[in-house]
Design a protein around this ligand. Structure first.
Ligand SMILES: O=c1[nH]cnc2c1ncn2[C@@H]1O[C@H](COP(=O)(O)OP(=O)(O)O)[C@@H](O)[C@H]1O
Length: 192
C-alpha cells in the first residue's frame, strides 16, 4: 500500500487534476447482546463492494460538489438511499496516493444513534445501487471469541479496498471502541 498522510488543508491546495474520494465509518453505541449475554457495545458499518472487497460507503467527489462533505453526502445518498450531513469536524484524516491514480482519500467517522444506524441499514437495501455497486452493508464483529480467531481477528483477514483496513483499525482505536491491547492482539492473530 503506497499512500502517505497529508493534511486536509494541503490536500485542498493540490492541482485540480488530483481526484478526491471521501468515505465514512458510521457507528452507534449499542445495548445489544450476542447470544443474549455478550455485550456488543457498538455497531460499526462497512460495506461489501461490487469487487468483492470491503470498504466504507462513499466515493469520488465531483466538480459539482462545493465541498468534500457535500460530495460525501451525495455519494451516501446515492449508495444508501439515506441523507446524512457531514461537518469538517467529522473528517479524521486523509492520505495521498500516487499510484495507480493521483488520488486523495478522505476518511470520516460519524456517530449515530442505534435507531438511526438501523434506519440506514433498512434504507440501503432499497437503494438503486444495492446488488450492483454495493452488495450490502455489514456490521463489523467487534467480539473476541474464545478460540482467539473468531470475531474481529477473522474479520480483519478479509480483503479490503485501498487503506480501508487501517482506516477501520485507526478509527476503532481513536474512538475508544476497541481497546488498544485488544486491537494489537486481533491484528496479530489476523496476520497468522
Ligand atoms: O473504504 C475505502 N477506504 C479508502 N479508500 C477507498 C475506500 N473505498 C474506495 N476507496 C478508494 O477510493 C476510490 C474511489 O472510491 P469508490 O470506488 O467508492 O468510488 P465511486 O463509488 O465514486 O466509484 C477507489 O478507487 C479506491 O481507490
Amino acid at each position: 500500500m503506497n499512500c502517505k498522510l497529508i493534511s486536509r488543508e494541503k490536500s485542498l491546495q493540490l492541482p485540480s487534476a488530483v481526484k478526491h474520494a471521501c468515505h465514512a465509518m458510521l457507528y452507534a453505541p449499542s445495548d445489544e447482546k450476542l447470544f443474549s449475554h455478550i455485550p456488543v457495545k457498538y455497531a460499526v458499518l462497512m460495506q461489501m463492494r461490487f469487487d468483492g472487497q470491503l470498504g466504507f460507503p462513499g466515493g469520488f467527489v465531483d466538480l459539482s460538489d462545493r465541498t468534500l462533505e457535500e460530495g460525501l453526502k451525495r455519494e451516501l445518498s446515492e449508495e444508501l438511499d439515506y441523507t446524512l450531513d457531514f461537518a469538517e469536524s467529522d473528517h479524521m484524516y486523509c492520505h495521498i496516493w500516487e499510484e495507480p491514480i493521483h488520488l486523495v482519500t478522505h476518511f470520516y467517522t460519524k456517530r449515530l444513534t442505534l435507531a438511526e444506524l438501523r434506519a440506514v441499514e433498512a434504507a440501503a437495501v432499497q437503494g438503486k445501487e444495492f446488488g450492483l455497486e454495493t452488495m450490502g452493508l455489514v456490521r463489523v464483529p467487534l467480539f473476541f471469541l474464545h478460540d482467539g480467531k473468531g470475531g474481529l481477528p477473522s474479520f480483519l483477514c478479509n480483503n479490503f479496498i485501498g487503506n480501508a483496513r487501517s482506516q477501520l483499525v485507526d478509527a476503532l482505536k481513536s474512538l475508544g471502541i476497541v481497546k488498544e491491547e485488544q486491537l494489537k492482539s486481533a491484528l496479530k492473530s489476523s496476520s497468522r
